[in-house]
Design a protein. Structure first.
Length: 454
């Protein structure tokens, strides 16, 4: 029986060396998880006598277990390299449409924009509606980046401005000469529905308080003009300045003389500030309150087929303090068409595309899975595992939620193989192999001595 025991020891030591050799060979393989051979003794109850324990007849490899500990995170700088920091696996669809699971995040784009592995497997995830930011499905599907067509242009619908108008400024018609309409102004580019630039110039003219106006203006009021209404505003400003001077003289006379009403300024709308200098309300050009979040500005597209279009002008955060005129924020929500310039992946797995027009869009999110028994997963090569009855069914989730780890873009998870420990294990396995050879050799010598008896 010593021959059989020694032979089983040789086979087990060989298997152990195979496992160790595989670990060493994959010490630089991204997402690789180390394995180890686990042994169990063999006992023959047929060779036992009475109530004594069975005789040992050697050893066998009971299983090759996998070690799913976290590997080191190595920064690569490639945006499509993704490391998992924590629990979970990437979900892949292999070319034969079967599912596989991996910790290897070396992703690429194919010629139609699919996110794939080096072996051509599709990375699965959830498509996201760019307009709402919400997933369009709860079922993972191959992730596709829209690389074929440019991002369509978007017409400007709202211009938002934050600025301070000087509280010390007098009503424009009460100065000599009247305060020029261009004194307080700013500009921004808007876009029509085809992404063509439409310049927007805004001017702010103080019209109250003004006791000389007819009727008198009692509140801190400013009129808002654009380039289209500037000419009529300039004309009204000059005329009303003269009217204001006449009214002032008439009111100062004894007895007071007659006064004249102001002519319409032709402004787009008016804004009013309260006693603390904060924005109070919008008024239309007749002085009636405007219901909504802003006044309306009419823009003219260079394309006559598009014509004129309305844009909401939100200046509800404007102030009137005792400092100089300054613009702190000026933005609009339109843009021209843009070509894809870059792709980034967040720690939550969301895939964001960047475009040449400065816009970004979230189009999809990488999904993750985990298993109740990861030791039950079956290695199938290329850094992938397959589901088995022992592993249980995959549990779906997204990066950073629940027990799932976060993702690190521009980095990869290195193999968790400890090369030093593997070299020591290799020497131990080598000694075991040599010792088993020696038991066979000794048994052979004993049999040879028996054969040589006379």
């Amino acid at each position: 029986m010593s021959f059989q025991a020694g032979l089983s020891g040789l086979n087990s030591a060989t298997k152990s060396l195979d496992v160790i050799g595989n670990n060493i060979a994959n010490a630089q393989t991204v997402g690789m998880k180390a394995s180890r051979a686990e042994f169990s003794s063999l006992v023959s109850s047929a060779l036992s006598a009475g109530d004594t324990a069975g005789a040992g007849i050697g050893v066998a490899v009971s299983t090759v277990s996998q070690e799913f500990s976290q590997g080191n995170i190595n920064v690569t700088g490639n945006n499509l390299d993704v490391a998992i920091n924590g629990n979970g696996f990437f979900q892949l669809q292999l070319p034969d449409k079967s599912l596989a699971y991996s910790r290897n995040g070396q992703f690429k784009l194919d010629n139609v924009g699919n996110i794939v592995t080096n072996e051509g497997a599709n990375v699965l995830g959830f498509q996201i509606d760019p307009a709402t930011g919400a997933p369009t499905s709860v079922t993972p599907s191959p992730l596709v980046v829209p690389t074929g067509a440019p991002l369509p242009a978007k017409v400007t619908s709202t211009i938002t401005a934050e600025f301070n108008l000087p509280a010390k400024a007098a009503a424009a018609t009460n100065t000599i000469p009247p305060t020029a309409i261009e004194t307080y102004g700013t500009s921004i580019n808007a876009y029509d529905s085809q992404g063509v630039v439409v310049p927007v110039n805004l001017y702010f003219v103080k019209s109250g308080p003004d006791k000389n106006a007819v009727p008198p203006v009692l509140e801190d009021t400013w009129e808002v003009f654009d380039e289209r209404t500037k000419a009529s505003g300039t004309t009204a400003l000059a005329a009303n300045a003269q009217t204001s001077a006449d009214n002032k003289a008439a009111l100062a006379a004894t007895p007071p003389g007659s006064t004249s009403a102001y002519m319409s300024s032709g402004c787009m709308f008016k804004i009013v500030f309260d006693a603390s200098g904060k924005f109070s309300k919008y008024l239309d050009n007749t002085g009636a309150p405007i219901v909504g979040t802003g006044g309306v500005i009419k823009l003219q597209s260079p394309n006559s087929a598009i014509g004129q279009f309305n844009v909401n002008l939100n200046i509800g955060k404007a102030t009137q303090y005792g400092t100089s005129f300054s613009v702190t924020d000026l933005r609009q929500d339109g843009y021209t068409a843009g070509d894809l310039t870059g792709i980034t992946i967040g720690d939550d797995g969301k895939v964001t595309t960047s475009y040449s027009n400065g816009q970004t869009q979230v189009n999809s999110q990488i999904s993750m899975v985990d298993f109740r028994n990861v030791q039950g997963l079956k290695p199938i090569g290329a850094g992938n595992w397959a589901e088995t009855d022992k592993s249980g069914q995959p549990i779906q989730g997204s990066p950073g939620s629940g027990k799932f780890g976060k993702l690190r873009s521009g980095a990869l998870e290195e193999s968790n193989v400890d090369l030093t420990a593997e070299l020591v294990n290799m020497m131990t396995a080598q000694r075991s192999y040599q010792a088993n050879v020696q038991t066979i050799k000794t048994q052979d010598q004993a049999l040879q001595s028996l054969v040589n008896l006379r």
